[in-house]
Design a protein around this ligand. Structure first.
Ligand SMILES: O=C(O)CCC(=O)C(=O)O
Ligand SMILES: [Fe+2]
Length: 315
């Protein structure tokens, strides 16, 4: 059965995604929980489904993170990456630099990745959206665009409560138009829920027209189309259901588009692999949040841990 938009379906929602979000926002202000600048950011996020915090990550920190990314080949076998060349879902990194593949969950082994994706401006904002500390759990370091088609993240980023999700896209360089920049439809987080043939918001891989349907639904409502020409250090936040993609490239293949995407859920939610009780490891990060990973055994008690094949998890 193909998927479809279902105006009849209601699911639990974060307060920013509820129709009465402004009432909740006022309550947070009236009780002294947020200041005016935070209220403005939250109102923009609730209304539009996205928010840009311009140049909040310090350039020195980004440079240190990028230097770490360019040294990964010094630790072959310690990092899970995509495998576009081999046509598989994932592989381990080799002992030569590779500027094509994306790298998963760098926060496990790199302090610089943690400092970037758990930057105080990010954890504070997400704590306000979630009303809980954020759990970071699916990170991709993009060196070039991966050419993602139009989608909403709950289709591919699976949490027990599918709408309890947000993400950041952090520019690690000034992003060039035509390099596969992120594109999105303003306010598309308010579309009716898209339910796949399996009865969930999680793709069953059986809906060939999914991304065209997403685009058409946005165009039908005349939602504004944006392309994110982010500057180094900008943080772009998006709500679970914001429709987005990698804009098609017009610059030569291989043009760098160095960026870090991290998905987060409230610590009270569970990424899909937590359905197995022995795979619920969380690495704390100071007192502001934590990390989970489907690739690595956490908490990480040694300096550097290798990706763990699923069948070896917690043996
Ligand atoms: O960076 C992009 O072009 C899209 C990434 C994305 O959609 C994701 O990781 O959820
Ligand atoms: Fe996405």
């Amino acid at each position: 059965m193909p998927g479809s938009f279902r105006p009849d379906v209601t699911l639990p929602a974060l307060w920013t995604d509820r129709p009465e979000w402004l009432t909740h926002l006022r309550a947070l202000g009236a009780t002294g929980h947020i200041n005016q600048a935070e209220a403005d950011q939250l109102a923009h996020f609730a209304q539009h489904g996205w928010l840009v915090m311009p140049q909040v990550i310090e350039p020195q920190l980004i440079d240190a993170f990028v230097a770490d990314v360019h040294s990964l080949h010094q630790h072959p076998g310690y990092f899970a990456t995509t495998d576009f060349r081999g046509g598989r879902q994932q592989k381990l990194n080799g002992n030569q630099p590779d500027v094509l593949e994306s790298i998963y969950d760098l926060y496990v082994n790199l302090q610089t990745s943690r400092q970037v994706c758990m930057h105080p401006s990010i954890t504070r904002f997400l704590s306000l959206v979630f009303q809980a500390k954020p759990l970071a759990f699916q990170q991709l370091l993009f060196q070039v665009t991966n050419g993602h088609q139009w989608h909403q993240d709950p289709a591919y980023v699976v949490v027990d409560t599918p709408t309890f999700l947000a993400a950041t896209w952090i520019a690690l360089q000034d992003i060039q138009e035509g390099s596969g920049e992120l594109a999105y439809y303003d306010q598309s987080h308010r579309l009716p829920h898209y339910i796949f043939g399996n009865g969930t918001k999680h793709s069953d891989g059986d809906t060939p027209n999914y991304s065209r349907e997403m685009e058409e639904a946005c165009q039908l409502r005349q939602l504004a189309h944006h392309r994110l020409l982010a500057k180094k250090g900008d943080v772009f936040f998006w709500a679970a259901d914001l429709v987005h993609r990698s804009h098609p490239m017009s610059l030569p293949q291989g043009t760098p588009r160095l960026s870090c995407v991290t998905h987060y859920c409230p610590a009270t939610s569970m990424p899909h692999w937590f359905s197995e009780p022995d795979k619920r490891g969380i690495e704390p990060y100071w007192d502001v949040g934590g990390f989970a990973s489907s690739f690595y055994k956490l908490p990480n008690l040694s300096a550097m841990v290798r990706p763990v094949p699923r069948w070896e998890f917690y043996n």
